[in-house]
Every structure is written in C-alpha cells, then in structure tokens.
Design a protein around this ligand. Sequence first.
Ligand SMILES: [Zn+2]
Length: 356
Amino acid sequence: MKHLLPLFCLLACIGCGQNNRNDHAEVKNLIYLIGDGMGLAQMAMLEIESDYAPTAFTEAEHVSLITTRSANNRVTDSAAAGTALACGAKTNNSTLGMAPDSVILYSMMEHARDKGMATGLVVSCYLQHATPAAFYAHVWKRHMTEQITDDLVASNFDVMIGGGSRWLTEAHRTALTEKGYTLAFTREDALAATSAPLLAMVEEEYLPKAPERGEFIPQATAKALELLSKDEDGFMLMVEGSQIDGAGHGNNAAHLLAEMQDFEKVIRLAVDFANTHPGTLVVVVADHETGGLSMPSGKSDFTLSESGIDYRFGTGSHSAIRVPAYLYGTGSDRFEALMDNTELANRIMEIMKLKE
Ligand SMILES: [Zn+2]
C-alpha cells in the first residue's frame, strides 16, 4: 500500500500541469504597447492624478521589471531599445535593426509577416521614428530617414498609421498603390478605411500633442484592431505612446500627464480586446525612462498632513532605471519577474513560435 502514495502524487501533478489555463494555450494575437520614456514614476503620476482610481494598468495579471541598457551605453536611446524590444538583440545607440557588427536583425513583426500573420503599427510620432522603425528598418543611424522610408514601403505591413508624409516620395506612393495600399493623408480618411493594407500618414512629421490631437490614437488603435483581426492567422499590432518621451525631455509635467492619459485609453482598448478574443497577449512596456522623474513631498516635513507632491525632473535626457512591463491575457504568466529587454522580446517570439 505504501507505494501507492507517490504514484498518486505523480498522477495528481501531471493533472495540475494540464489544468493550468495558460500553459498550453496558443497565443494567436499580440498587442504590444510601448510607452516611449514611460518609467514607473510616469505610471505613478497617472495613478496619483487619477486619485488612485483603478486604471487600465491596474488590470495587469503579471509584471516584469526590465533592464534597458544598450550594447554601448548604460543609458539607451530609443533606437537601440526599440531594436531590443522588436528584434531581441542588443545594438549600439542610434542603430536600428542591425547589430553593432552590421549583421541585420529581423524583428518579431517581420517574422510574423513571413508567417502570414497580419501586422500593424500605430504611433503619434512619424512612422520613420526610432520605435516604429525598429520593427521594419535596418539602418546604421536612426536619422537616415529617406532610407528608413524605403524600408517602410518594402515592409508590406498591413496597417501603418502615424505621421511622416514629408519623406514619402512620388515613387514611394506609386509603389504602395501598385501593391494595393489605401493611402490616407488626413485623420478622417485614416479612420474611414475599411480594409488593409493601409498606410495613413496624417501629418508631415509628428502628430499634435495630447490633448490637441483629441482621441485619434485610441481611434486609430480601434481601427487597426478592426482591420487586423480579420486575418485568421492572427496578428501583431504595436502601438506607441510616442510623445510621453517628448514631455519628459521637455520636463513638462502637464503634457506628460495628458500623454499618459491618452496611452491609458489605448491600454484599455487592448485589455477589452483580449477579454473578448481569447489567445490575445497584451504587453505594455517602455523602451526607457525619460526625464528622471521623481515625486517628492511638497514640504520637507511630510510627517504632518498632505502638503502636495512635486513633480521633479532630474534630466532633460533618458535615465538608466529599470522600466515595468505589464502583462495581460493569454501567455501573460510566461514571463519572469526580472528580465532584460532582449529577453522580453525573445520570450514573446518563443511564445508565438516566431523563431526557432
Ligand atoms: Zn525612447
């Protein structure tokens, strides 16, 4: 009789493994939300200014703290960090989709495209800017915008919405039209599109700041989800909270809050989509923190009653602190508590079977 107990345990353990809801569940869709310059302090600011009411961030099922250094600098720029988050490899600051030795690095979105999945980018900067370009461009320097635009046109991604028409030549437009793209140059035309492929460049360079641009980024996210989710092979969508970074560089707390509030609406849409579409993984992360934001008590004697909170910036540049990754939906339990930005990207590719 005494031999039965270990056997029973063994069988019970096998049963447990099979019952874990995420263990073997297929991740079909990825919604990758990158807050450029969004560190933990930026997220805390949103919480404090929302009076601690639940936000879309509060929905996170798992959290990971991410290291961000680049191959040649402990303080990364958006190009190297974007490359790490898109391709799962370190490169030097300023370089996009290419290793320090010039070997081309392919992004998870290029792998997804090659696998037949639908692919999309939505940003409030220009589409050739560092974070979105990390998903399709392969250039030595991030400011090689003409060459990046060539790579954008060659990417064949299904939905691209942002700014950047200044660099879109007649030859680019002809090539895209021949490939069947709908081209949109106003926000109205972008939101009126009914099928992919779609390239919407609604400004010459950057879109206006939040809140001047209204609800456009959440609306464009909803449009991208509508168009991409028609593909039965699944999709990968990256939406960037692009101008959180600019607010940090400008040490502008009011603008920063407006950008965080806008980005929170995008996260809400992603969470709602994941709730109604099983097999969807939502990853909310930052490429780095911008501004060295801190929030000390308004008065040095904080032992009394509330005396306000100061938003103080330590730099007009980026900082080296870890950034949080918020994980939601199918596969969200397959990340470690502490990861490097390259490990995060490689884990996503592993979960989605995008890389051998
Ligand atoms: Zn950045």
